[in-house]
Design a binder for this molecule. Structure first.
Ligand code: PMP
Length: 445
């Protein structure tokens, strides 16, 4: 697609086109130093990047004293700097932190609590430090178990940044093409599949499996984010993945559910795959798992790990260290005690219906999708209903600069607003967002 944007280009600050003379001195100086040190791989959000100093709950404080309402960040998922998590991390790092080749009780306590939240057949856990590492290892496990090579992903998928995972992340490509053993299917959007998304998606997966086989590439599996975040947030109808997973299994493949974005309550259920009513073969976890402490993992069946361990050992120095276990345990306790899954479901439903309502008054809103506190809002040209990337960019930056609310963009073109606040969001904050969105949509007509 000609206008397709690579994932890091979405909502990114462009130094080349910025007029630094309009920025305060200290911001311009920070930007220059950052660019000099990090070079062309440096990425920042917003036309006027934010210099931030602290955060709490859903609020981020900037260096100039401005407070921003965070409607974007899913790493500090139970709330920025949650006191329970910071205390658990501080207490543990003062007592013991070391690699995982020793016994320490807090790791077992954490792992058992985490696994109790999964279907019983998913009874083994591998810990890593990032979502990318989890997906990288999951690809290897699936390849050794199935003896296949080919993977199917959605056409704007993002699954991480290692060499292997970049190859199954079409959203990362600025140029060139995917390797021959990677096939893509369009995201589960009625635009591509008509009214029966589940059937259409399963047929598309079946066609790509056949294509791989015809090319002499044995099929290994299907890797999808269960909320299709980078494709533009697709969750409906509930259960639509079931038929595709059946097709994968019939062909001898396995299904990896990437829960790095939807996991830990975001979608109003603990895991995004619950919406599909089908148990994954492997689940990959990350981002919100330590509420900012880097931790990630894979939950799967013992037989897959056994098959892999016949070929390789796996050791990860930092994964599952005592501090990670303390952070992870505190996160699970907070989710449970503060009722954050229910909060995500309840406030997400309200927010979606308010935005739906706005769409009847403001034709720049072409539609709203999502589950729990992960919503995607299509921004379109009111004249012809076509995706309107420039207007979406204007709305994102107006929310930031005029309303002090942070959101982002998603989808292959970048015209979909990504709404993803911490799960401790309160009703008045949700209302504030809806009002601000109405104001900027009105102004953008
Ligand atoms: N999978 C998905 C769906 C993601 O969104 C991301 C990160 N954006 C990853 C995997 C990779 O996680 P990490 O950046 O922690 O390696």
């Amino acid at each position: 697609m000609k206008d397709k944007k690579e994932i890091l280009a979405l909502n990114a600050f462009a130094l080349e086109s910025a007029d630094l003379s309009t920025f305060e001195d200290n911001l311009a100086e920070l930007l220059r130093r950052r660019e000099q040190i990090f070079g062309s791989l440096s990425v920042l959000f917003y036309q006027r990047p934010l210099h931030i100093v602290s955060a709490r709950g859903c609020s981020i404080l900037a260096a100039d004293g401005t407070r921003y309402l965070d409607f974007y960040n899913n790493v500090p998922s139970v709330g920025h700097c949650h006191p329970r998590v910071t205390k658990a991390v501080c207490d543990q790092i003062q007592r013991l932190n070391i690699n995982t080749r020793y016994l320490y009780r807090i790791l077992n306590d954490y792992a058992e609590k985490l696994l109790s939240l999964f279907p019983p057949e998913l009874s083994n856990l591998v810990l890593t430090c990032t979502g990318s590492e989890s997906n990288d290892l999951a690809l290897r496990i699936v390849r050794y178990f199935t003896k296949g090579e080919g993977f199917i992903v959605s056409s704007n998928a993002y699954h991480g940044n290692t060499a292997a995972v970049t190859e199954v992340s079409p959203a990362s490509y600025r140029q060139g093409s995917l390797p021959r053993y990677v096939r893509t299917v369009p995201p589960p959007d009625p635009l591509y599949y008509g009214s029966d998304v589940g059937k259409g998606f399963a047929e598309a997966v079946a066609a790509e499996i056949q294509d791989l086989q015809q090319a002499g590439i044995p099929f290994a599996g299907l890797l999808v984010d269960t909320i299709f975040s980078s494709d533009g947030v697709y969750v409906d109808p509930p259960g639509f993945l079931q038929a595709a997973v059946d097709v994968v299994h019939e062909a001898g493949g396995l299904w990896i559910a990437d829960e790095v974005q939807p996991g830990f309550g975001r979608t109003g259920t603990m895991w995004g795959f619950e919406r599909h009513g089908v148990v994954p073969d492997l689940v990959t976890l990350g981002k919100p798992m330590g509420n900012g402490f880097p931790m990630a993992g894979i939950v799967t069946r013992p037989e897959y790990l056994r098959a892999f361990s016949e070929h390789f050992g796996y050791f990860n120095t930092f994964a599952g260290n005592p501090v990670a276990a303390a952070a992870g345990l505190a996160v699970l306790e907070v989710i449970e005690e503060e009722g954050l899954v229910e909060n995500a479901s309840c406030l997400g439903t309200k927010l979606r219906s308010w935005i739906q309502d706005l769409s009847t008054h403001y034709p720049v809103i072409g539609g709203v999708r999502g589950a729990g506190l992960y919503l995607g809002i299509d921004i379109v040209d009111p004249k012809d209903g076509r995706p309107d990337v420039r207007r979406a960019t204007r709305i994102i930056n107006a929310l930031c600069e005029e309303k002090q609310i942070l959101i982002g963009a998603t989808g292959s073109l970048g015209h979909i607003l990504k709404i993803r606040p911490p799960l401790c969001l309160q009703s008045p904050e949700a209302e504030l967002f809806a009002e601000a969105l109405e104001d900027v949509c009105r102004a953008s007509l």
